[in-house]
Write a protein that binds this ligand. Structure first.
Ligand SMILES: *Cc1c(COP(=O)(O)O)cnc(C)c1O
Length: 240
């Protein structure tokens, strides 16, 4: 029988191997367990097996789990699309947000982050595939958004995040990760104090690690197939 402890162990081994093949230290790469659609009991099993960082896409679903699991020391990351009327509850319940792609949202997160909590850790989501349906700031505008976010109180700009186009073409996948890495290196050269590249999922974490990922966001490889598809996944099916 496959257990979450065993799939988690396998994913950690995959990360270590990919790191080694890329001449990197495994400790440079953090594993975020993307737990959307999986109930709190599954999250708890992963936590009991040693996983402490979890990512959620939908606020209502996330808040229920965060409440149920509030006695566990979990670092919660918000990785889904952000509606402006949700920023208060996001800032009150999450340590990180990976999906900031416009100034208006950044302003609201800054305004709403409670004073007694540490700064909210921020990644800017970049649209590396150029698909018009995808969220994310265009690579051309990311420097401007980074300057804006770096100047906001109660936010700490950490790096960049991307969800590349779903494709089986390894070369295309790799070029999208590479583009994110280039954008990240350019920002660092321009003086931004960044240490986080959030890229790579179940299918492609190995390529992402070869291209410099410091956080991989993994769902299916840990929890198994999702119980239901999320809107983005449904849209991708219809498009194909
Ligand atoms: C669901 C999701 C993941 C994990 O995807 P898997 O293919 O299940 O590993 C990573 N990042 C984001 C933004 C997601 O929505």
């Amino acid at each position: 029988m496959t257990t979450i402890a065993s799939t988690l162990h396998a994913v950690n081994k995959r990360i270590a191997t990919a790191a080694k093949n890329a001449g990197r230290q495994p400790e440079e790469i953090k594993l975020l367990a993307a737990s959307k659609t999986n109930p709190a009991e599954q999250v708890k099993k992963a936590w009991q097996a040693g996983q402490t960082i979890f990512g959620e896409n939908y606020l209502q679903e996330a808040l229920e789990k965060i409440l149920v699991l509030s006695d566990l020391s979990i670092e919660w990351h918000f990785i889904g699309p952000i509606q402006s009327n949700k920023t208060k509850r996001i800032t009150a319940n999450f340590a990180w947000v990976h999906s900031v792609d416009r100034k208006k949202i950044a302003d609201r997160l800054s305004r709403d982050r409670p004073e007694m909590l540490p700064p909210l850790q921020i990644c800017l989501q970049v649209n590396v595939s150029g698909e018009s349906t995808k969220s994310g700031v265009s690579p051309k505008l990311v420097a401007d958004l980074a300057s804006h976010v770096a100047g906001l109180p109660r936010l700490k700009l950490r790096g960049l995040m991307a969800v590349p186009e779903l494709t089986t073409a390894t070369a295309l996948q790799r070029s999208q990760f590479h583009m994110l890495r280039d954008t990240y290196d350019q920002l660092r050269q321009d003086g931004f104090d960044l240490d986080t590249l959030s890229m790579g999922m179940s299918e492609d974490m190995d390529i992402a690690i070869a291209e410099g990922a410091t956080i991989v966001r993994v769902g299916t490889a840990i929890f198994g197939p999702r119980r239901y598809l999320i809107p983005e996944e449904l849209a991708a099916r219809v498009a194909r």
